[in-house]
Design a protein around this ligand. Structure first.
Ligand code: 4NP
Length: 164
């Protein structure tokens, strides 16, 4: 069976999307699904390309058992639309940037990560970059919840390329 692939996207790829990347990979490893589902992350901007995650994001994640230290920022590109079945943005600005980049005929799903969350009314993962520590905890709370929902969806109905 071909792997289903998921790309998480934010602005800088140093706070929110690497957090989602690390959390989702952890869930996959716990469930023995890392061979079935491929995960990556990227940013719509290029300012931080090649850099590790923001120190505050990495520390907050590590405090909950997610190791982001090997991740490096990269910028999303049109090639990603040929490689990823799900491209999930952290906020609407990211989603609009992705929609502009999205080739006509993309057969995967482009949407918001929090569509898979259980927290009613919260549709975006707020950008924590310019705020305090609590912003990074909120990112983790929202991302953990939505990644759990995403994995449930993929493992019940879509963990097969037959759907694409
Ligand atoms: P992210 O956060 O999109 O969650 O990685 C940001 C990181 C850097 C910047 C903005 C947001 N920045 O302006 O450099």
């Amino acid at each position: 069976m071909d792997k289903v692939s998921v790309l998480f996207v934010c602005l800088g790829n140093i706070c929110r999307s690497p957090t989602a990347h690390g959390v989702f990979l952890h869930l996959l490893n716990c469930d023995g699904l890392d061979q079935c589902i491929r995960v990556d992350s990227a940013g719509t901007g290029d300012w931080h390309v090649g850099r590790p995650p923001d120190r505050r994001a990495a520390q907050a994640a590590l405090n909950r058992g997610y190791d982001l230290r090997d991740l490096r920022a990269r910028q999303v590109s049109t090639v990603d639309f040929t490689e990823f079945d799900y491209i999930l943005a952290m906020d609407r600005n990211n989603l609009q940037d992705l929609q502009r980049l999205c080739p006509v005929g993309y057969r995967g799903y482009l949407g918001l990560l929090l569509e898979y969350g259980s927290k009613c009314g919260q549709t975006e993962v707020p950008d924590p970059y310019s705020g305090g520590e609590s912003g990074f905890e909120l990112v983790l709370d929202l991302v953990e919840d939505a990644c759990t929902g995403l994995l449930r969806e993929l493992s019940t109905s879509k963990a097969s390329k037959r759907n694409f």
